[in-house]
Write a protein that binds this ligand. Sequence first.
Ligand SMILES: NC(=O)C1=CN([C@@H]2O[C@H](COP(=O)(O)OP(=O)(O)OC[C@H]3O[C@@H](n4cnc5c(N)ncnc54)[C@H](O)[C@@H]3O)[C@@H](O)[C@H]2O)C=CC1
Ligand SMILES: Nc1nc(=O)c2c([nH]1)NC[C@@H]1CN(c3ccc(C(=O)N[C@@H](CCC(=O)O)C(=O)O)cc3)CN21
Length: 287
Amino acid sequence: MVNNPKKMLSFEVFPPNTEVGTSKLFKTLDELKELSPDFISVTCSNNNRTDIGHTTIRVADYVNNTLNIPAVAHLSAAYLDKNQVKEILEQLKTKGIHQILALRGDITTLPTKNDFHFASDLVRFIRAYDETFEILGACYPDIHPESQNRVTDFHYLKEKVDSGCDKLITQLFFDNNTFYDFQERCAIAGIEVPILAGIMPIVNRNQAIRLLKTCNTPLPKKFVRILEKYEHNPLALKDAGIAFAIDQIIDLTTEDVDGIHLYTMNNAETAKSIHHATSSLFYQELS
Ligand SMILES: NC(=O)C1=CN([C@@H]2O[C@H](COP(=O)(O)OP(=O)(O)OC[C@H]3O[C@@H](n4cnc5c(N)ncnc54)[C@H](O)[C@@H]3O)[C@@H](O)[C@H]2O)C=CC1
Ligand SMILES: Nc1nc(=O)c2c([nH]1)NC[C@@H]1CN(c3ccc(C(=O)N[C@@H](CCC(=O)O)C(=O)O)cc3)CN21
């Protein structure tokens, strides 16, 4: 029996605001390395967007060049102009980081710039600037909250992929049927790039509430019951949240998903629990 690596597994982390937080994250990343992910992606925070050298790029540099795990740097372009993006691309090239998650970015109350209105503008720009970058894009099985309907949402997704995305990572979702439906719509539309399923284990109630508000992700009844029942029992919420994510992953790997992107953020313990319970499912057994 030979184990043949097949489905991708990746993790996402966010750069902390302090030096102490960053040292702690580096220790977390050392632990994530042990799980041999295909890549680790590093978010681009809402603050300091124009100076990601000290945040996203510093962490991605550690992942890529100290741990030797491919890093994916998130790049949110709505608050950047072309020259700033060029500068960031040069910094990434210097550090040998050649994978980018090209995003528009969450729109806040800050004034945006005019060069990149949508993620597809950034995808096109990176492609034209240097074709050696691997470009990932975000996609929304549950529909992007700003979209009027599924038709326009999907139309713009197709345009984004055709602009040069090599892979897609989904927004977090809690109902796998939504994902399967999305996969089918992609196949019908001729979107052929790998689609990594973004799974977020909910282990912390406050984080969950903040994030679910931003993402506007619908919650299945079963999941709402968990949040209600274990509202004042953090340990039970953590156990239930991890088990829910594992259940989703077992179903997705059984249905031959291209890969799982784990939104475990800076929590190595959760990443390890999930990895421990599911790692064999990422391999195809050959006899
Ligand atoms: N891991 C991360 O950091 C992730 C962040 N996000 C966030 O999700 C949000 C959306 O980001 P992206 O997917 O990069 O944005 P996007 O630019 O692909 O889409 C944003 C919205 O604009 C619409 N749209 C796209 N092109 C359009 C066009 N030409 N005309 C009119 N409407 C158009 C889309 O349908 C969607 O509603 C951001 O807030 C981003 O930061 C989403 C997923 C992951
Ligand atoms: N609309 C949207 N924006 C995003 O930034 C985003 C998504 N969707 N979908 C998937 C991932 C998940 N992201 C996350 C998820 C959790 C934290 C988080 O736990 N943040 C800390 C505080 C962060 C800080 O120090 O500023 C928290 O406790 O909430 C961060 C980014 C980023 N991503």
